[in-house]
Design a protein around this ligand. Structure first.
Ligand code: ZN
Length: 120
């Protein structure tokens, strides 16, 4: 389970430096090459997105960090918010529904193409 997390002034500066090394995308995300980048922190490994979120507010025990931008490589504090496991699951379910709707929209077009192929 995730521990509570509150940053000292020195740690905040270090996290800000690490965030500064990310690349900015057109959507305003600050991304690392890999999703959920990990950094050494208090002699263990911690997700940089968690540390970035803790810049906004301390994380409580058991709290997860959710990406508002849906970009798992993003470490922008503006795109991160603390949330519970339940919120995370609800988020995933909502996104899956959106994706299904998009697939539905693309169906008629597939049928049109198939119909044309069958034509005279
Ligand atoms: Zn982002």
């Amino acid at each position: 389970m995730s521990r509570s997390l509150s940053l000292s002034l020195q740690e905040r500066e270090r996290v800000e430096t690490l965030i500064g090394e990310a690349s900015r995308t057109l959507r305003g995300c600050l991304v690392y090459p890999e999703p959920y980048p990990k950094v050494g922190f208090r002699s263990r490994s911690e997700g940089l997105h968690r540390l970035a979120c803790a810049l906004n507010q301390p994380l409580r025990e058991g709290e997860l960090v959710l990406h508002e931008c849906d970009e798992p490589r993003c470490v922008s504090p503006a795109h991160l918010r603390p949330g519970t496991h339940e919120e995370n699951m609800a988020d995933i379910a909502r996104k899956n529904r959106l994706q299904l709707r998009r697939l539905d929209l693309s169906l008629p077009r597939t049928r049109i193409v198939a119909a044309r192929r069958k034509g005279p």
